[in-house]
Write a protein that binds this ligand. Structure first.
Ligand code: MN
Length: 299
């Protein structure tokens, strides 16, 4: 019996990719499954990561539901979102979201596009999403809104043309999240871990903002609070602590034992003293220096 084409393609990719990138593909696949486990991605939505060895390329899964994505589903694209190796599998139609943002934002190394239930009321109503609690400040001080109608009129809402992706990237500007009218949101990060954290906590922020709206008197963080809380929640310590928690929840969902290498690596990373301590990025250090880092803060 002939081997299925998908197996052959996966084997071929495996041969071409050095170990360091194999690890990145595995991390990317885990990020897909974490963000799905946390209820943000369902059958749709996707996450990409820039190739650290060639910033003009990025990795993205083949067209597949995020909770099912494995390392051998990951394809590589140039920034015009053309595949590096002609894929035998179907790509995501909305991959230009990733390529155009990587083009426009050299500081961004990971992108998540989703239609989370918590974000949709903002995408539908146009009500501004604001940081309303400390962890929610990881979304940045504000979330610009992009409306496909402004430049493109009636479409099927999918972002599939390069000019649509570029328009979205312009709306994102130097922010960390852009809300897409009647569609969803796109979140960016300097690393995969930062992106996962920001994606999950911006969605929680959206939930809390709406719940508080029922009571009234919604009072967002001040610009100064938003800036300081943004900085502290991108430090390595909090990222490692949250990542261990999410990896454990994923492992439980997938029925992996405690000896699972992915889980053990996350546990070991979280146990280390704060790797940021020596660079002044401790809790108190971030508070003292946060206000001076404005130029980096929105990213
Ligand atoms: Mn979409």
């Amino acid at each position: 019996m002939r081997r299925r084409p998908s197996d052959a393609a996966a084997k071929k990719r495996k041969r071409l990719v050095p170990d360091s990138l194999a690890e990145l593909r595995r991390d990317l696949a885990v990020a897909y499954r974490i963000v799905a486990t946390e209820g943000i991605l369902d059958a749709f939505g996707h996450i990409s990561v820039r190739n650290p060895e060639n910033p003009q390329r990025y990795f993205l899964s083949r067209s597949r539901a995020p909770s099912l994505v494995q390392a051998n589903d990951i394809l590589e694209y140039d920034l015009d979102s053309n595949p590096i190796v002609p894929p035998k599998e179907r790509p995501y139609s909305e991959r230009v979201i990733h390529g155009e943002i990587f083009k426009a934002r050299p500081d961004v190394n990971a992108v998540c596009h989703h239609h989370a239930p918590s974000i949709m009321p903002y995408a539908i109503s146009g009500m501004p999403l604001l940081p309303v609690f400390h962890l929610g400040a990881s979304m940045g001080a504000s979330a610009p809104i992009w409306d496909s109608r402004d430049e493109f009129g009636d479409t099927n809402l999918l972002v599939v043309k390069p000019e649509e992706g570029a328009s979205l990237a312009r709306a994102l500007g130097d922010a960390s999240i852009v809300v897409m009218r009647r569609h969803g949101a796109t979140v960016v990060g300097g690393s995969l871990r930062e992106l996962v954290f920001r994606t999950i906590y911006s969605a929680k922020n959206a939930e809390h903002q709406m719940a508080a709206h029922v009571l009234g008197n919604v009072s967002p963080l001040t610009a100064g609070e938003a800036q300081m809380a943004f900085e502290i929640h991108r430090a390595p310590g909090p990222l490692a602590r949250a990542y261990e928690y999410w990896v454990r929840r994923l492992a439980e969902r997938e029925g992996r034992g405690k000896s699972d290498p992915m889980l053990r690596a996350a546990e070991a990373a979280a146990r280390q003293p704060n790797p940021g301590a020596s660079t002044g990025k401790t809790a108190s250090g971030a508070k003292k220096t946060g206000a001076k880092k404005k130029s980096r803060g929105r990213r």
